[in-house]
Design a protein around this ligand. Structure first.
Ligand code: PAF
Length: 299
C-alpha cells in the first residue's frame, strides 16, 4: 500500500528524472530495455536512512555506469536481533527527498517484504567459509546468510553490471565478493572508501539514533583506530590489541564488543605480522543500544 505522502512524492519525482519502482516486474521490464541498449547498470543496495555516505557511493556509481539503481529495503533476514530490526530507521519519504535534491537521474527500487520474499522470509545458507566465522559472523548469527540472500535476490531482479559497497562494512564487502564467486552472478563488486563526518565518525544510518553529544563521544572509535595504526609494527600485535581493548574498558560511553587486528584478505586474526601481508583493525562497539562498527587499513 502506498501512503498519501509517498504518492505526493511520486508526483514530485516524475517532474525530475527519478523513477521509483516498488514492484519487481515493472522494474525488470525497465532494466531489460536499458540492457538491450547496452547501458552499464550500477546498483547501490541500501537499507535506506540515506546519508552522505550513500550519496558518495551513488556519485561513484554515476562515474562508472550509465544508469544507477538505488535499492532501499530493510532486509529482515540479516537481523539476528528483532529489537534491532524494529528500531532500524525507516525514512523512505526523507530518502526520496534527499535523492531528488542531489541527483537528476536515478532509478529507485523500494520493494515490500512480500515482493522480495513472498510467503517465506528465510535465508538461504551459503558456504562463505572462514570469512563468515569472524567478527560480525561470530556476533551476529546468520547475518551474512541474510545479506547473501537479499543481495542474490537483488542482483537477480536488477541484473546490474556493477554493485557498490562502502568499506565501513569491510567484512560484508569480502562476503559479497565470495557470494559472486559462489553464485557465478555476473556483477563486478566495487569497494568504496569509508565516508566520515568531519569529526571522524564513520557515517552510518544508525548514527541517527545518537544525539550530537553522543556522536561526538563515539569519535573515540576512530581516534583509537588511528592510534592502532600509528602503533602498528612498533610492538607485538597481541599486545597492541590488548592495549586498545584496555582503552575501551577505561572509558564509560562505549561498550566494546570486539577489537580485532586481522589479515585484510582472510580476516583471520593476526598473532604476528608478516611483512608481505596487509592488515586492518576492526571495532564493533555499543553506544547505548546503538551498535557501531568501523575499521582502518593498518599498512
Ligand atoms: O550494508 C547494507 O546496508 C546492507 O547489508 C545491504 C548490503 C543493503 C543488504 O541488505
Amino acid at each position: 500500500m502506498q501512503f498519501p505522502s509517498i504518492i505526493l512524492i511520486l508526483h514530485e519525482l516524475k517532474k525530475s528524472n527519478l523513477q521509483l519502482y516498488q514492484e519487481n516486474q515493472p522494474l525488470q521490464a525497465a532494466m531489460l530495455k536499458l540492457k538491450n541498449n547496452a547501458q552499464i547498470v550500477g546498483l547501490i543496495p541500501t537499507m535506506g536512512a540515506l546519508h552522505e555516505g550513500h550519496l558518495s557511493l551513488i556519485r561513484e556509481a554515476k562515474r562508472q555506469s550509465d544508469v544507477v539503481v538505488v535499492s532501499i529495503f530493510v532486509n529482515p533476514t540479516q537481523f539476528n536481533n528483532s529489537s534491532d530490526l524494529d528500531k532500524y530507521p525507516r525514512t523512505l519519504e526523507e530518502d526520496l527527498k534527499l535523492l531528488k535534491q542531489n541527483f537528476k537521474d536515478l532509478i529507485i527500487f523500494s520493494p515490500t517484504i512480500n515482493e522480495v520474499y513472498g510467503e517465506s522470509i528465510t535465508s538461504e545458507k551459503f558456504e562463505f567459509g572462514k570469512l563468515a566465522h569472524q567478527m560480525e559472523g561470530k556476533y551476529r548469527d546468520g547475518h551474512f546468510d541474510g545479506v547473501g540472500t537479499i543481495l542474490k535476490k537483488l542482483f537477480t531482479i536488477v541484473q546490474p553490471d556493477k554493485a557498490f559497497f562502502g568499506e565501513k562494512d569491510y567484512q560484508q564487502l569480502l562476503i559479497v565478493k565470495k557470494l559472486i564467486a559462489l553464485t557465478g552472478q555476473n556483477v563486478e563488486i566495487i569497494g568504496c572508501p569509508i565516508s566520515r563526518e568531519e569529526n571522524g565518525l564513520a557515517r552510518s544510518s544508525r548514527n541517527k539514533r545518537l544525539s550530537e553529544e553522543e556522536q561526538e563521544k563515539a569519535t573515540f572509535i576512530f581516534k583509537t583506530l588511528k592510534e592502532a595504526k600509528e602503533k602498528f609494527g612498533t610492538k607485538n600485535v597481541l599486545l597492541l590489541k590488548q592495549e586498545i581493548e584496555e582503552k575501551f574498558n577505561h572509558q564509560a560511553f562505549l561498550e566494546l564488543e570486539y577489537f580485532e587486528i586481522s589479515e585484510a584478505d582472510t580476516l583471520i586474526p593476526a598473532t604476528q605480522i608478516e611483512e608481505h601481508k596487509k592488515y586492518r583493525a576492526f571495532v564493533a562497539a555499543y553506544a547505548n543500544d546503538v551498535r557501531l562498527i568501523d575499521n582502518i587499513a593498518l599498512n
